[in-house]
Design a protein around this ligand. Structure first.
Ligand code: C2O
Length: 345
């Protein structure tokens, strides 16, 4: 059977690794009537939100996004406001660092077929909250276009000190236009910028095409209720999703790769949501390749559920089956070419 939404009443301390606990609680505020949380219904909409590639965003867009993010940070004054920036980051901590139990086991939304749908729903609400904080119902999150040579660096809008989009806990030697290594697991590869970009495109081809010809290889291994968490990652979750986290986080100065390099802290870096917008975009791009590249049809996947607050602070249950079509959800991606499609090794 499918994974049900987490029971907030049993939410407990999250842990960073086997021995170390997160020093604060990652649990969300509990809704008054936990047992009658309704299913989410899409609000009516008139215009699609279009998510732009971050590297190409203009100053007007950047100003809006900065303002929305600083307003969200201001909401942290009330530590129990579910729309606050820290509460939003704690969603990731709670779902990924063992705060929730389902079926007597720790819930983990990574390393399985829950990876793509969980993060899609998470960004969906995060984007709506930002839009509502600036009164813009068409606001779309930017995507970190790391699969295109022009996007293979920390998007400049996140690298401005003093901005609400800046985060101090990042690897300082990966700033100012350093080309990202999409295969980064800690070692610095010494090569030319051109070679690095070529390697990245070849790696994208491998993860999107060669190694992911069918749904389970792309989405990750089945994770029905009662089975052990973390049965196995899909190709993109493994690489480049994880390397982008590790490359961005401040491994040299922080004990656990904070912020981006650890589940409990990743959401504390605003670039997390920009990174995941591109991960989410890869889901759409993968389906667009065609052939057997379709969503899973397994009911245990389709009927798995999560819990979120919407931009009006109302709690909802959501189902995987309702997040398969981004246009139905009210958003789409501004198109960018996918040059990796021509990088067959
Ligand atoms: Cu939930 Cu990029 O990790």
């Amino acid at each position: 059977s499918p994974i049900p939404p987490p029971d907030l009443k049993s939410c407990s301390k999250a842990h960073i690794n086997e021995t170390e606990e997160v020093s604060y609680s990652c649990c969300p505020p509990k809704p008054e009537d936990m047992d009658s949380v309704p299913y989410y219904k899409f609000p009516s909409m008139t215009k699609l939100r279009i998510r732009p590639p971050a590297h190409a965003a203009d100053e007007e867009y950047i100003a809006k996004y900065q303002l929305a993010t600083s307003r969200m940070r201001e909401l942290d004054k009330d530590p129990f406001d579910p729309l606050g920036f820290k509460q939003q980051a704690n969603i990731h901590c709670a779902y990924c660092n063992g705060a929730y139990k389902v079926g007597g086991k720790e819930l983990q939304v990574h390393f399985s077929w829950l990876f793509f749908p969980f993060h899609r729903w998470y960004l969906y609400f995060y984007e709506r909250i930002l839009g509502s904080l600036i009164g813009d119902p068409t606001f779309g999150l930017p995507y970190w276009n790391w699969d295109h040579p022009k996007g293979m660096r920390l998007p400049p809008m996140f690298d401005r000190e003093g901005s609400s989009l800046y985060d101090e806990k990042r690897n300082q030697s990966h700033r100012n236009g350093t080309i990202i290594d999409l295969g980064h697991f800690g070692d610095e590869v010494q090569t030319t910028q051109l070679q690095m970009m070529t390697n990245n495109l070849t790696l994208m081809y491998r993860q999107m095409i060669t190694n992911a010809p069918c749904p389970l290889l792309f989405f990750g291994a089945p994770y029905p209720l009662g089975t052990d968490p973390s049965p196995g990652m899909g190709t993109i979750e493994n690489i480049p999703h994880t390397p982008v986290h590790i490359w961005t986080g401040d491994n040299p100065r922080q004990p656990n790769g904070e912020n981006m390099g650890n589940f409990y802290s990743a959401g504390l870096d605003p670039v997390f949501y920009c990174h995941h917008a591109n991960v989410d975009r890869m889901w759409s791009e993968w389906k667009a390749i065609g052939g057997k590249r379709r969503d899973l049809s397994n009911k245990d996947w389709l009927n798995s559920e999560f819990f979120f607050y919407d931009e009006n602070r109302n709690p909802y249950k959501v189902k995987v089956r309702d997040c398969l079509d981004t246009k139905k959800m009210g958003y789409d991606y501004a198109p960018m070419p996918t040059p990796w499609r021509n990088f067959k090794p």
